[in-house]
Design a protein around this ligand. Structure first.
Ligand SMILES: [Zn+2]
Length: 271
């Protein structure tokens, strides 16, 4: 099932029908459309660590969450570093940074978790009964290092939600059409996820991050029917997405993917 594109108050965002069916969960994947930032962050830049004005980024966040109907007390983001550190997210108000790391999980209601990307794979996770959520930043480096498995392990330890009862959706990211790599990426990736995630054609080597993600999730025990991975390419679609690769590493905006238990869910599930 593909992700669905919506537009509200000029803000375009995507949702996963699978995650949408989990009770008491709010989530969304942003696009670049509907914000106030000028070029090169035009317009819905959600990266607090870009060279954009913080006031613009905050206003963009407010617009994005309002359009997507996410009504949390606050949102945690991290100083992402392509590693495997997973943190449990406590209560929050406003937009707040939870140290260095590349994944978050929580059982708290009203707490939004954010992953910020511009080509890497944003992975959103929910227990099928809605009692806990997680989010991970999975580029090729983090995925090869095991950030997704680390996230599922911490979520299971902290909430009791095992892989077999999870729903997982991954947002727009760079696809094989644009993700040409050298052997330093292709070799470790092929070894870890199987040679079919590496394609060598006409002198080009590309890697399918989405296929690798699906494989590792299935290996971990997540049912295939509970996995939804976007086939949208951030690099191919400048109208909708920011892309590190397309912009050749130059300063640009960032996309965000968010998930959390609804604030109205407070008091349920034994809290
Ligand atoms: Zn592409």
């Amino acid at each position: 099932m593909p992700l669905e594109l919506h537009e509200k108050n000029g803000v375009a965002y995507l949702t996963s029908p699978l995650l949408g069916a989990v009770p008491g969960i709010e989530h969304a994947f942003s696009t670049r459309k509907g914000g106030i930032s000028p070029a090169p962050h035009d317009t819905l830049n959600l990266g607090f660590y870009s060279q954009d004005w913080n006031d613009n980024v905050t206003a963009n966040w407010d617009r994005f969450l309002a359009a997507a109907g996410c009504q949390w007390h606050g949102v945690w983001y991290q100083n992402q570093c392509h590693g495997v550190t997973v943190r449990e997210a406590p209560e929050v108000s406003g937009y707040a940074v939870l140290g260095e790391g590349d994944a978050l999980w929580t059982r708290e209601a009203g707490v939004g978790l954010a992953i910020v990307t511009a080509d890497c794979v944003p992975v959103l996770v929910a227990a099928a009964d809605g009692r806990a959520v997680a989010a991970a930043h999975a580029g090729w480096r983090g995925m090869a290092a095991g950030v997704v498995e680390a996230t599922l392990a911490d979520l299971a330890r902290g909430s009791g939600a095992g892989a077999g009862e999870l729903v997982v959706a991954a947002g727009p990211h760079i696809q094989p059409c644009c993700f040409e790599v050298k052997d330093d990426v292709a070799e470790p990736f092929g070894e870890r996820f199987g040679q079919d995630v590496v394609r060598r054609e006409g002198g080009r080597t590309t890697v399918a991050l989405g296929d690798a993600l699906r494989k590792l999730l299935e290996r971990a025990g997540v049912p295939s029917r509970s996995i939804e991975i976007s086939s949208e390419c951030t690099a191919c679609n400048p109208q909708l997405y920011f892309s590190y690769r397309r912009d050749n590493g130059r300063e640009r905006g960032r996309l965000a993917s968010v998930i959390g238990r609804a604030a109205s869910g407070e008091g349920r599930n034994g809290r």
